[in-house]
Design a protein around this ligand. Structure first.
Ligand code: TRP
Length: 346
């Protein structure tokens, strides 16, 4: 077998809701940019979504379609990128089992992303993982292993992700290292992937409290219309020290200003900073300017989405064709893996 000519990207998302600006600046932007340079695979991680929503498969199923639409809307080009769905790729499940054989529990137990998620779902309190043993499921606790299988079933080199995913890529690198050492006898069977974090590694939600999240009510969706964006931005928290309209503002502590830095042109950012500090620019006016910028930002995505929405069968075809292609890659990888492990019996 020959090595792939172009280096490969694999990345993906859980279909638990439509994608938002945080996804875009953290990862989608990089995927769109790099898809002509790297052979790109984008995985809709429905099994991973079910690790927290096993009782709501119909919600996950509906969201799959929305997430594929989001990909197409931001400019993932299905003629060069492969969009595929996790549950229909059995090789990912097989690799998950194999990797689980030699990955130590401690590697999962100390994973900061897994811990904070477990806390947010109320599975554990503080650091007390043991207390959560009656609540944590095997599938949830082990999903980072399955994510390593996601990345490696196509032997990917690069993984564009938000900052919160970096611990999972680290684990994947460890797993690949152990695998190659154990079974490769000096040969690299699977390449060790690198994480690629976007220019805005962690976009704070509009509430200024936590990272942008679809379930937290602090998000701007890539598919939101102008009114929803305006309403969401108007609810945003600004400078807490600024009580009256003409009080001088403190852009350095204002979440809305942080957004301007990302989404408004540089000259405008300079003016806003000056006029906020002097008290000339009030928060309401400042927010309506931001809303306008965000509306402009997502407008081309919404236009492209609307085109695809007219052809839902084609959207489904993109996913089906991509999944078939991905499975073929998975089969090739599993041949190598079984051979290396000495469990290719015939
Ligand atoms: N865990 C990722 C998230 O919550 C989604 C994901 C699943 C993923 N499999 C992946 C990301 C493989 C990168 C590579 O956003």
């Amino acid at each position: 077998m020959t090595a792939p000519v172009r280096k490969r990207i694999l990345t993906g998302d859980r279909p638990t809701g439509k994608l938002h600006l945080g996804h875009y600046v953290g990862s989608l932007k990089n995927r769109v940019k790099l898809q002509y340079e790297y052979e790109t695979f984008i995985l809709v991680a429905d099994v991973q979504a079910l690790s927290t929503h096993w009782d709501r498969p119909e919600m996950v199923r509906q969201t799959v379609h929305e997430v594929v639409l989001d990909y197409l809307a931001v400019g993932i080009d299905p003629s060069v990128s492969t969009i595929c769905i996790q549950s229909m790729i059995p090789q990912i499940a097989e690799l998950t089992v194999f990797y689980g054989l030699f990955t130590r529990m401690n590697k999962l137990r100390h994973n900061p992303t897994l811990k904070s998620e477990a806390q947010s779902y109320g599975y554990i309190k503080g650091d007390d993982i043991v207390m959560g043993f009656d609540r944590l499921t095997y599938g949830f606790f082990g999903y980072p292993i399955s994510q390593a299988a996601d990345i490696t079933f196509v032997r990917a080199h690069l993984v564009p992700v938000g900052e919160d995913q970096v611990p999972h890529i680290e684990l994947c690198r460890d797993i690949v290292g152990w695998f190659n050492q154990l079974y490769g006898r000096g040969r690299e069977i699977i390449p060790q992937p690198e994480a690629l974090v976007g220019d805005v590694p962690r976009l704070c939600g509009l509430d200024g409290q936590s990272k942008m999240g679809k379930s937290l009510g602090n998000a701007v969706l890539l598919s939101d219309d102008d009114e929803s964006i305006l309403a969401a931005v108007m609810r945003a928290v600004t400078d807490p020290q600024r009580i009256r309209r003409n009080d001088p503002g403190h852009p350095e502590v204002c979440n809305v200003f942080a957004y301007h830095r990302i989404f408004s042109p540089e000259e405008e950012v300079t003016c806003i900073e000056r006029d906020c500090r002097s008290g000339v620019l009030g928060c309401v006016e400042d927010k309506s300017r931001l809303a306008k910028r965000l509306q402009e930002f997502v407008a081309p995505f919404r236009a492209r989405r609307a085109e695809w929405e007219k052809r839902p069968h084609e959207v489904w075809d993109v996913l089906k064709t991509g999944t078939e292609r991905a499975r073929r890659e998975g089969e090739a990888t599993l041949e190598l893996v079984r051979e290396a492990m000495g469990i290719k019996y015939w």
